[in-house]
Structure formats: structure tokens, C-alpha cells
Design a protein around this ligand. Structure first.
Ligand SMILES: Cc1cc2nc3c(=O)[nH]c(=O)nc-3n(C[C@H](O)[C@H](O)[C@H](O)COP(=O)(O)OP(=O)(O)OC[C@H]3O[C@@H](n4cnc5c(N)ncnc54)[C@H](O)[C@@H]3O)c2cc1C
Length: 368
């Protein structure tokens, strides 16, 4: 049986910093167990590559994350032989994404046009998706998920990344690997530590999110993006079974003004843009019930350095407008696994291989 790590004695380079308690060695060390990280880990571990996945949080419970899976992602789950079991998780199917304007609805994403097999979007709470995929990988000896492991350093030797350093409670561990993958999201520490430069592409809005109860007569068909009658204002309604997840876009940089004007203003704007939620806006009584998402659209010019690759939000933060962030991160993972698994088994990932991953995926992210 091949195990995910072998544990070695400490080298002098590692002992002359903060004391290191252990050095593990593996083929691929992935930082961040979001959608990109968990799919990459499963695909590589299934291919026989030894993988360590480091996640700063102890659980997968996060509020207000992306939840909509598009047909290509459902196709991936199908090809992995996981779709039937996946669809046993609580979910809702949405036939299309609709922009609801004051003059009538406009369909802007119709899954039926891209897939005859899965002509719908599936909404699943992101923590359930992550748990499901991670549990699948945890059956494999080649995989190890370390929860509560915060990476704070990359190990570099002559400009080449050789691994990472993480803290877990009071333990300080080095993981040496043939490849480090930064799948650690929009504020990627790995991106920052490896000096890969982020180019911002500007976004005009931020979003404020809240949850409101569902009424018995509500249907998933009410989900969608709602355009207000005042220029540029829009809201989003995401159907989540017992609740609605409601988002309101507001001009970037004006959150303090919005806050100063009071919750009454938020209730008023919401009611104006999505009139059918007016009857339950009274539930919004405290700013603590809301979460603000700073909308970014940015990407790194080069997704890699020798023996290091960025995927998902770490490489490209997407606008939330088409609900594509999760799907893009998963597609990056599939491309990375198909190009790199064999190389990792041979023990050497070349720069050209990492370039090939970026080439295959970059135009999709630019398109969106
Ligand atoms: C509030 C909010 C609302 C969103 N709404 C939508 C939506 O409606 N539709 C949509 O498609 N997308 C949405 N997104 C975006 C979507 O969630 C992301 O695009 C997607 O999750 C990106 O996946 P990822 O795997 O690249 O990174 P993430 O999901 O961000 O995962 C990164 C992981 O890395 C871990 N991590 C970070 N730093 C470290 C470290 N130093 N050491 C170890 N682990 C670390 C984090 O804890 C996290 O688990 C939203 C995002 C936010 C924040």
C-alpha cells in the first residue's frame, strides 16, 4: 500500500528557523480544501499519486459560498461515478437562470442548450459538496486531509518551491512535495508567498447577503437575478430549500454609507428590487444577519513557478454574476489532474506541464 506521506528526519535548513516538529514527504501538497482543492485531491489520489491536502479550517461550514453546479460539473461527477450518490444529498434543481427585469424575464443561462444529459443547475450547500468529495478521497491510502492546518510559509531552495510549512495547534510541520498547489482562494497565501502577481480588472459593485425564510407557496422558479428600475441596481435570489439566500448589489466603496443609512434602507431597496420578499423583510433586524462580499475580478498573469501551481480563486477571482466560481475551480482541478498525474507518478513536474494547465484553462476564465 502506498501511503500519502513518509516522515523524515529534519534537515539543517529546516531546523534553523522556528523549531519544526516533523517533516512529511509526499508527491503533491494541495493548500486549501475548497471546491478546487477537494476535486484535485480526489482525482490525483485515484490516479495513485500521494496527496496531502491542508485546510486551515477544522470543518467545511462556511456561510454564503457559491452553491450552483452547472452541467459540465455534473458531467464530471457522473464520469467519476459519483453523480447518483451526490444527488442523494439535499439539493434543488433549477432549469435555467433568469434575469427578471421590470419589463419581463430574460433567460441568460439555459443549461438545456449545453447539455442534453443534465439540462439543469443543481444547488447543493457547499459544505455538503466538500464533505462528500473529501470522504470519497479519504477511503484511499494515497490521500491525507489535514484539518486545522494553516500554511504560513513556502519552502524554497534556489528559487524552486520544495514544499510548505503549516501550523496545527502547537505543532509545526513541513511538507516536502514534488508539486505544491495553491487552491487557497481569493486571498491566497500561497500566491502572496510565491510572489505571483495579481492583476485587478476592476469591479463596480459589492454584494450584501442575507437569508430569509421561505413561505409555503414559494417555488424554485422565483430564483434568479432581479434588475431594479433604477440604473445598475440588482438583487439575487438563491433558492435553498427552507430559506432564500438574497444578495443585493451596491456600488463599490459605499458600504459605510449604506450602513449609516440604516437597515431600513436595505429593507427598502430589497423590497423594491425583489417585491415578493417584502412580507418577510421584517426578519432582518441586525447587521449581524448580513455578510458583505467584496466583488473582485482579477487574475494572476502566470499561474505557476517551478514546482508550484495556482488554481481556482487563487489564480482568478471571478465576478459572482454567472455563479461560476465553483465550476471554474473544479474545471481547473480536472485539467491539472489530467495533465499532471502521470508526471507526478514519475516524480517530476516540468514547467512546460504547468504552462499546459494554464493554457488549457486560461481562456475559459478570460471568457467569463
Ligand atoms: C460570500 C461569497 C459568496 C459567493 N457566492 C458565489 C455564488 O453565488 N456562486 C459562485 O459560483 N461562487 C460564489 N462565490 C465564489 C465561490 O465560492 C468561489 O469561486 C469558489 O469557492 C472558489 O473555490 P476555490 O476552491 O478556488 O477556493 P475557496 O472555496 O475559497 O477555498 C479556499 C480554501 O483554502 C483555505 N485556506 C485559505 N488560506 C489557507 C492557508 N493559509 N492554509 C490552509 N488553508 C487555507 C480556506 O479555508 C478555504 O477552505 C462566493 C464567494 C464568497 C466569499
Amino acid at each position: 500500500v502506498t501511503h500519502a506521506v513518509t516522515t523524515n528526519s529534519l534537515s539543517s535548513a529546516e531546523t534553523n528557523r522556528t523549531p519544526v516538529d516533523r517533516v512529511d514527504e509526499t508527491d503533491c501538497c494541495i493548500v486549501g480544501a475548497g471546491p478546487g482543492g477537494v476535486f484535485l485531491e480526489l482525482l490525483l489520489a485515484r490516479a495513485g499519486v500521494r496527496v496531502v491536502l491542508l485546510e486551515a479550517h477544522r470543518d467545511f461550514d462556511r456561510e454564503y459560498r457559491g452553491e450552483g453546479l452547472q452541467p459540465p460539473t455534473l458531467e464530471i461527477l457522473d464520469q467519476l461515478g459519483l453523480l447518483d450518490r451526490f444527488l442523494r444529498l439535499p439539493h434543488s434543481r433549477i432549469p435555467r437562470m433568469v434575469l427578471r427585469t421590470p419589463v419581463g424575464p430574460v433567460t441568460f443561462l439555459d443549461p438545456g442548450k449545453v447539455s442534453a444529459r443534465h439540462p439543469y443547475l443543481v444547488y447543493v450547500a457547499q459544505p455538503r459538496l466538500l464533505e462528500f468529495v473529501a470522504a470519497e478521497a479519504e477511503r484511499l491510502a494515497t490521500f491525507r486531509l489535514v484539518r486545522g492546518a494553516r500554511v504560513d510559509r513556502v519552502i524554497q531552495e534556489q528559487g524552486v518551491i520544495r514544499g510548505v510549512n503549516y501550523k496545527q495547534g502547537g505543532t509545526n510541520v513541513v511538507v516536502r512535495a514534488s508539486l505544491v498547489v495553491g487552491a487557497d482562494g481569493r486571498f491566497s497565501k500561497i500566491r502572496q508567498l510565491s510572489s505571483l502577481e495579481l492583476e485587478a480588472h476592476g469591479a463596480a459593485i459589492d454584494m450584501i447577503w442575507l437569508r430569509l425564510p421561505r413561505q409555503p407557496e414559494d417555488t424554485p422558479a422565483q430564483a434568479g437575478i432581479y434588475a431594479g428600475s433604477r440604473g445598475g441596481a440588482y438583487g439575487v435570489a438563491v433558492y435553498r430549500g427552507e430559506q432564500w439566500q438574497i444578495g443585493l448589489a451596491f456600488p463599490k466603496g459605499t458600504y459605510q454609507q449604506l450602513r449609516a443609512s440604516g437597515l431600513e434602507t436595505v429593507r427598502h431597496i430589497h423590497g423594491e428590487i425583489i417585491p415578493w420578499i417584502t412580507d418577510r423583510l421584517g426578519y432582518l433586524q441586525d447587521w449581524a444577519q448580513t455578510a458583505v462580499l467584496s466583488v473582485e475580478s482579477s487574475r494572476v498573469r502566470t499561474w505557476h513557478r517551478p514546482r508550484l501551481l495556482l488554481i481556482g480563486d487563487a489564480a482568478h477571482v471571478m465576478s459572482p454574476a454567472g455563479a461560476v466560481g465553483i465550476n471554474m475551480a473544479i474545471a481547473d482541478a480536472v485539467a491539472a489532474a489530467s495533465i499532471l498525474a502521470q508526471r507526478l507518478l514519475q516524480g517530476e513536474v516540468r514547467n512546460a506541464d504547468l504552462q499546459a494547465v494554464q493554457r488549457r484553462r486560461e481562456w475559459h476564465t478570460r471568457l467569463v
